[in-house]
Structure formats: structure tokens, C-alpha cells
Design a protein. Structure first.
Length: 294
């Protein structure tokens, strides 16, 4: 088994964190579940944008559920242990759902590009079947990435210290505990994560540069309409990709710093996503009001 140090060793701080993160997790589940139910039950929210949004919310629930319940429970116990199998399962889940979210965010940027830059072809390019294939591709890409990260880690021998300076099992903390030279594995892990993160981020940047370029001849009303649909997505991308890039695109040297940054993409961003998408979207707010009145 492994021992997780968690976010803090101070008992008083842990009790405060228990209340705060329990509230955060309840907000994540309630907010994202509300979006999923609203999109499924509303006939007006049948465009590809909301189809992808419902899957993003579902992934957010799964993503946070891999780490948050264990972290919250550990705030109340002195020995924060996790079995080897549980640790590897957590590692797999974090990378599976995290990478799937990256691909879905990228697909959502492509959807906005087609809607704004090629509106006449939108109906033929973004069919229900095409959207379904994009989502399936996102799940498959997340699974392949996660399998690579997990297999690289499980091949290493663990025979020494078993204390992980983190609140969940991740690649970099486990590599520091391995009783072997992990240089080649570290390079492979950073290359795998970096290639996916950088390529998706560059695609997102290029998409929005093209979108903004296509709007230069638009009226102020056209600008406002386009930016209102893209603003929420850009905000989520920055909140998610920023911390992920900091942790996974470089060789980790300070795990205590990494675990604080990890709170943003495992807890904070999934909690803010429903607020960002609902507060800036009149259609979603209207659908939620109809659902509530029903």
C-alpha cells in the first residue's frame, strides 16, 4: 500500500478543508448533473454545442469523483493509506477522464469554428453521427493515453519508501518512489502528456485566431454574438489547460507545489464549468427555468 500525505498535515487545517472540499464536490456533482439533465430534457438544446456540453459535464463529474471522495475522507483520518491496486486505478482514472476532457474541449472549439467561419456547411459537417464519432474518439483517445501512462508506471519496481506527497496517485509522485532508474520513463511520460496537451492547445489557439480573423468585417452585433458563444469556452480552456500544462509538460521537481496546482484542474475547474456556461448562456438559463417550473 501507499500512504498519501494529502494537502496538509495540520489537523485544524484538515477539518476546515473537509468542510470546504465537501461543499465543492457537492457543487460539482449538482451543477454538472443539472446541465446534463437540462440538455437531455430540453428540445431546444439539441445543437452540437449543447451535445458536447452535456458530455463535458458528465466527464467533469467522473473526473472529480476519481480523486475528491478519497481526499475528503482522508481529511478525517490519521493514516491516509491506499492499496497498490487502488492507487493504479486512481492513476488510470485521472488520466482517462482528464485526457478525455482535453479532447472534448478541442472538439468544442472545432464546433465553434465551423459555426462561425463556415455557417453554410454547419448542418452537413456537424451531423449527430459526426458529433457522436467525435465524442467516441475523445473517449478512445483518453483511454489510450491513460493506458500508456499506467503501463509505464506499473512496470516499475516499488520496494522502498511508500509515502506519496500528494492527495491522489499520479505519475510523477510514483516515479519518485520507484526503485529503479526512471529517466527513460519520465521522458516518455512528459512526451506523451506534452504532445497531447500542446497539440490540442495549439489547435485551440489556431481555431480562435481564425475565428477572430473572420469577424473583422462583422458588425458589433456579430462580434458580440460570436464572442458570447466562444467566451465561456475560452474561459474553461484557460482554467483547465493552464494548471495541466504546468504539472504535466515538465519534469516534476516540487511535488508540494504540484499538488496545490492540481486542485485547480481536479476540483476548481469542474466546479466552475456549470457556472461559466450557465451565467453566460441565456438559452441554458431559460431551459433550466422551464425544467424547474415543470
Amino acid at each position: 500500500e501507499f500512504v498519501l500525505l494529502g494537502l496538509s498535515v495540520n489537523q485544524g487545517v484538515q477539518r476546515i478543508c473537509f468542510v470546504i472540499f465537501l461543499f465543492f464536490y457537492m457543487m460539482i456533482v449538482a451543477g454538472n448533473l443539472l446541465i446534463v439533465i437540462t440538455v437531455i430534457s430540453s428540445q431546444r438544446l439539441n445543437s452540437p454545442m449543447y451535445f458536447f456540453l452535456s458530455y463535458l459535464s458528465f466527464v467533469d463529474i467522473c473526473y472529480s469523483s476519481v480523486t475528491a471522495p478519497k481526499m475528503i475522507a482522508d481529511f478525517l483520518v490519521e493514516n491516509k493509506t491506499i492499496s497498490f491496486v487502488g492507487c493504479i486505478a486512481q492513476l488510470f482514472g485521472v488520466h482517462f477522464f482528464g485526457c478525455t476532457e482535453i479532447f472534448i474541449l478541442t472538439v468544442m472549439a472545432y464546433d465553434r469554428y465551423i459555426a462561425i467561419c463556415r455557417p453554410l456547411h454547419y448542418g452537413t459537417l456537424m451531423t449527430r453521427r459526426a458529433c457522436g464519432r467525435m465524442v467516441m474518439g475523445s473517449w478512445l483517445g483518453g483511454f489510450i493515453h491513460s493506458m500508456v501512462q499506467t503501463l509505464l508506471t506499473t512496470q516499475l519496481p516499488f520496494c522502498g519508501p511508500n509515502t506519496i506527497d500528494h492527495y491522489f496517485c499520479d505519475v510523477h509522485p510514483l516515479l519518485q518512489l520507484a526503485c529503479a532508474n526512471t529517466y527513460a520513463v519520465r521522458v516518455a511520460v512528459v512526451a506523451n502528456s506534452g504532445m497531447i496537451t500542446l497539440s490540442c492547445f495549439l489547435f485551440l489557439v489556431v481555431s480562435y485566431v481564425v475565428i477572430l480573423g473572420s469577424l473583422k468585417n462583422q458588425t458589433s452585433e456579430g462580434w458580440h454574438k460570436a464572442l458570447s458563444t466562444c467566451g465561456s469556452h475560452i474561459t474553461v480552456v484557460i482554467l483547465f489547460f493552464g494548471p495541466c500544462t504546468f504539472v504535466y509538460i515538465r519534469p516534476s521537481s516540487d511535488l508540494s507545489e504540484d499538488k496545490r496546482v492540481a486542485v485547480f484542474y481536479t476540483i476548481i475547474t469542474p466546479m466552475l464549468n456549470p457556472l461559466i456556461y450557465t451565467l453566460r448562456n441565456a438559452e441554458v438559463k431559460s431551459a433550466m427555468r422551464r425544467l424547474w417550473s415543470r
